[in-house]
Design a protein around this ligand. Structure first.
Ligand code: SF4
Length: 329
């Protein structure tokens, strides 16, 4: 296949918010053109909902809206089948079956790039094998593909490092691409901290999250998102649980919340959960149980009818409660 002018469509939803720097670098190194769908809008949710039953979670409906918005502009749609990214945990079944759901509900689509990533079955090389196989669809030179994968992994490493240092999603993407690495000092400072717990696609899609991160930051807090907790910190938190969590993102969320609950200057946690997500309701119970008495928690449910004003009012009330609690003698 010709290397240039092949357009690969990437829906700006779900795992885009975890892996975008890797995907971008990988496809660009291979010489392919990436078409990323525009930012989420209400119309996209309406479009996505047309294909799905009402009780499915909002992030999946949004994903369908993004696919709809770019499907006519691209030669391929990149919808990998993420089954497991670590040895002892799985991704959500909706993410595992995402390519099937899209094909079945939407039809009339460009070919999908929907190979699986199944670390539990294929071992630690699963991710590398996935990218090598994807690359082989477009490029013959294996060394070139290998280099594209390594470049992508390096970008991804820098991206995660920037998130851990307290940079926003957009800043972390920028940091991952910056040739000049001088501005990578930590964003953590002496301000009061507030933890925001959620899946990356709930936290970083400004439309879906009603810009919660920005709203809390504007009220003077330093934000710690789930991804600010390191793997070691999450593992340490997991030692307090009586049973292992088998879902990767559930583990991250509960682990980060427990860790944040023990930090100095951590004034509270906001838990962002999706309506229609069974795992999120379970995670919230665990978070409440294991942080009881350590920090106050506000739970916000992401759903279609919720207004941004309603969110802001609840955030204001929560922060006021924190301030009153602090001023008590
Ligand atoms: S984990 Fe929850 S929010 Fe995410 S795709 Fe699955 S059901 Fe939806």
């Amino acid at each position: 296949m010709k290397e240039m002018n092949v357009r690969v469509g990437i829906p700006r939803a779900l795992l885009y918010y975890r892996y975008f720097p890797l995907w971008k670098s990988f496809f660009e190194t291979l010489g392919l053109e990436m078409v990323v769908s525009p930012s989420t809008t209400e119309e996209m949710i309406r479009q996505g909902s047309k294909f799905l039953p009402g009780d499915l979670c909002l992030p999946v409906k949004i994903f369908f809206g993004h696919v709809e918005s770019i499907k006519r502009e691209v030669d391929f749609l990149f919808i990998p089948r993420y089954i497991s990214v670590e040895p002892n945990a799985y991704m959500c079944p909706k993410l595992m079956g995402l390519p099937d759901m899209v094909l079945c509900a939407m039809g009339d689509l460009p070919p999908l790039i929907d190979l699986p990533i199944h670390n539990k079955a294929q071992g630690m090389g699963a991710e590398r094998n996935f990218y090598l196989k994807v690359g082989e669809r477009f490029v013959k030179n294996r060394q070139h593909i290998q280099q594209a994968y390594l470049n992508g992994m390096e970008r991804q490493r820098r991206f995660r490092e920037a998130l851990q240092k307290g940079f926003s999603f957009e800043e972390a993407v920028h940091q991952s691409e910056a040739l000049d690495r001088s501005d990578t000092t930590s964003r953590k400072d002496g301000r009061m901290k507030l933890g925001i717990i959620g899946r990356p696609y709930c936290l970083y899609d400004p439309f879906l999250s009603h810009t919660v991160i920005k709203q809390v930051e504007e009220r003077g807090y330093q934000i710690c998102t789930t991804e600010a907790a390191s793997e070691q910190e999450i593992q340490k938190s997991m030692e307090r649980l009586r049973k292992r969590i088998y879902w990767s993102y559930g583990k991250e969320m509960v682990g980060a919340a427990i860790h944040f609950g023990q930090l100095e200057n951590m004034e509270g946690l906001i838990n962002l959960a999706s309506f229609g997500c069974g795992q999120d309701s379970f995670n919230f119970e665990l978070i409440q149980h294991y942080t009881r008495g350590e920090v106050p928690i506000l739970s916000l449910i992401l759903d279609e009818p919720v207004s941004k004003v309603g969110f802001s009012t609840r955030i204001d009330a929560f922060l006021e409660m924190i301030a009153r609690r602090k001023s008590r003698p």
